[in-house]
Design a protein around this ligand. Sequence first.
Ligand SMILES: Cc1cc2nc3c(=O)[nH]c(=O)nc-3n(C[C@H](O)[C@H](O)[C@H](O)COP(=O)(O)OP(=O)(O)OC[C@H]3O[C@@H](n4cnc5c(N)ncnc54)[C@H](O)[C@@H]3O)c2cc1C
Length: 412
Amino acid sequence: MSEIFDVIVIGAGPSGMIAAIAAGERNLKTLLLEKKSRPGIKLSITGKGRCNLTNSADIGEFVKCFRNGKFLYAAFNAFSNEDLISFFENLGVQCKLERGGRYFPESGKASDIAAALAKRAKIFSKIITGTQVKSVSKRKDGLFEVFAGGGSFVSKNVIAACGGLSYPSTGSTGDGYEIAENFGHTVKELSAALVPLVLDSPYLKELSGLKLKNVGVSVLNGKKTLAEEFGEAEFTVFGADGPVILTLSSLTGEEIKKSELFLSVNFKPALSPEQLNLRLLREIDKFGQYPVKDMLKELLPVRLIKPFLNYCGINIAKKCSQINKADREKISASLFDFRFKIKGVKDIKEAIVTRGGVSADEIEQKTMQSKLVKGLYFCGEMIDVDAPTGGFNLQAAFSTGYLAGKSVNGGE
Ligand SMILES: Cc1cc2nc3c(=O)[nH]c(=O)nc-3n(C[C@H](O)[C@H](O)[C@H](O)COP(=O)(O)OP(=O)(O)OC[C@H]3O[C@@H](n4cnc5c(N)ncnc54)[C@H](O)[C@@H]3O)c2cc1C
């Protein structure tokens, strides 16, 4: 007779590894199956390789950030941001707080987080890598049979922690949705959240690679502002990327599909129109016989000046002394509102997180157990929850994974 595990965890991402640890620490016989050659590949590239593992926000704010946030309340209570930081610090990975309440490992290396987690998971569970779970079924005797790697494994419980659909080369190819659907679960429509924007603009070639700090960026539908963010953005060959852009795409993704929208960049969000006007008058006066492009160096990154003057319809060779009131007003208006037509968003494969997934209505909030199938649990990104950037998504993966591992019952 084959070995019977108390729990089989499918997927060694952050949610699966912590689930295996939480179950294994309770002396449950735990098997962790991972299809890639090593655990935590996506985790190792998070936060541009630095891993923004959580946020200093309180639980109330966490819940507000998420779509279906109330579903996560019990999970955040069971394993909070403070618990997560203590967990890693006890494993020897010190964490530091940065702007926006974002926590990173002090070393600045996401791989340190992934390695510490995998090391701990190895102590408390048997890990088999390079083994893709093809299907899961429940036998007449109530045990689960997990088909993987040309054979099968038997367990009393299964925790599905397969992640979403983005960055498929990391192993997240949506396998978990099929497993859930085969057990009768509803999978809510899958789409890209936190994904770069594709813009239609003659200036992209010149702007590509330009990083902007402290800018205000909004998405407009006609005169209506749909969402507004402040922070860092970056132009790319196809459009725009960076923290504020990802958050805006997440907030307005549905609308982007339906209407013609514009991205508006405010290069001087800290100034009022009066302050900017006075500043412009002063600079124009100071630069007198020099070209306006030289004066703009005081206000914009050099690479932006040529496309900016083009956008304003002002000849790049024009001298400051030749700038009239209409030119000045155009410069001022464009510094506050430089617009790009939004063509759409990049493919889900390039999204930071997947929106949609296993319906949260069909999962017990206090345990992460399926309401349809006893002994089947879900955690991490495969559940229909998602949040903006800031460490929220990883915290949700850790909290739901921990709760599933802590709740799973080995006795039945
Ligand atoms: C580039 C990038 C940067 C990011 N940065 C941040 C950040 O800084 N902060 C933040 O909060 N979030 C960030 N995220 C989001 C975060 O990485 C995810 O929300 C998180 O990894 C989800 O964890 P998970 O365990 O649910 O799934 P995953 O990390 O996707 O792990 C799922 C695992 O399951 C395995 N698997 C899948 N199917 C099978 C199968 N059939 N059999 C066996 N194994 C299987 C996969 O190989 C994978 O290892 C980032 C995402 C990306 C793509």
